[in-house]
Design a binder for this molecule. Structure first.
Ligand code: 6GU
Length: 248
């Protein structure tokens, strides 16, 4: 899978991409991430890519020419134009269902904004899929682009060691719960012991305990997850995803 990140701040990316799972995925050529500096497409001698908004008002707006020309040139590299994503607080909200949808693509172009926003004609011409990562304002789309790369890469085949680990993830399709508590050595620390059931060797009992723990935590903290399916529809009983012995 190929990602192209279009940004005014390309230097933000190598540190993040150069570590951990992402670095391994890139080294193993399971994913490619190309970062492009939109300023290179500026015709201005100061490499300016923004300007004041028509009609007045605060802040600066990203100009249409460098952004559209950058996208078009980058699209001519590589195989196929890919899907253009614009990172903006005005977009639809990212969740695991959207991540799964994006992971089906061979190529994503991630367009990061700064300043007050993009000239509307960028949207009109490129018709990007506009995505937000939540209801708060960031200084730019770069962190949101990293969020998308991070979340999508996890779903690229072979990136994770154990294939089951994403199926069981909290928010994957048909799975809407928080994770149960995990423990590792030592068995006791400052008087806090690992629950006995985890040491019992009884895999059935461990699975039931974990399921119940996850369910209780979800009920306490994120009851909304139990009330809605990933597509946003409310379930009949408000207990989507619950399946414990107590039901039987
Ligand atoms: Cl994608 N961009 C900005 N600037 N702020 C955001 C966002 C994106 N998602 C949430 N807040």
């Amino acid at each position: 899978m190929r990602f192209d990140v279009l940004t005014l701040f390309p230097d933000l990316f190598p540190g993040y991409l150069g570590q951990s799972l992402l670095k391994k995925a890139i080294d193993r050529q399971l994913v490619q991430v190309h970062v492009h500096d939109v300023r290179r497409w500026s015709k201005d001698k100061h490499q300016k890519v923004d300007d004041r908004p028509y009609g007045g008002g605060p802040g600066m707006v990203l100009r249409v020419e460098p952004v559209v020309e950058c996208v078009e040139e980058v699209q001519r590299e590589g195989r196929g134009p890919g899907r253009v994503i614009m990172l903006t607080p005005q977009g639809r909200r990212l969740n695991q269902q959207v991540v799964e949808e994006l992971a089906q693509e061979d190529r994503l172009l991630l367009l990061c904004g700064r300043y007050e926003g993009f000239d509307q004609r960028i949207v009109d011409l490129l018709q990007p899929d506009e995505i937000s990562i939540g209801d708060y304002i960031l200084n730019g789309g770069e962190v949101a682009a990293m969020v998308i790369v991070d979340a999508v890469v996890r779903l690229v085949p072979d990136v994770l060691g154990e294939p089951l680990s994403t199926v069981e993830d909290s928010f994957s399709t048909g799975n809407r719960h928080l994770e149960w508590a995990q423990y590792t050595r030592p068995r006791e620390f400052r008087g806090l012991a690992v629950p006995d059931v985890l040491l019992s060797g009884d895999h059935g009992a461990i699975a039931r305990w974990r399921q119940e723990q996850g369910y209780l935590k979800t009920q306490q903290r994120r009851a909304d997850l139990l009330e809605t399916r990933p597509d946003g529809e409310t379930t009949d009983d408000g207990q989507a995803g619950r399946s414990t012995d107590a039901d039987n």
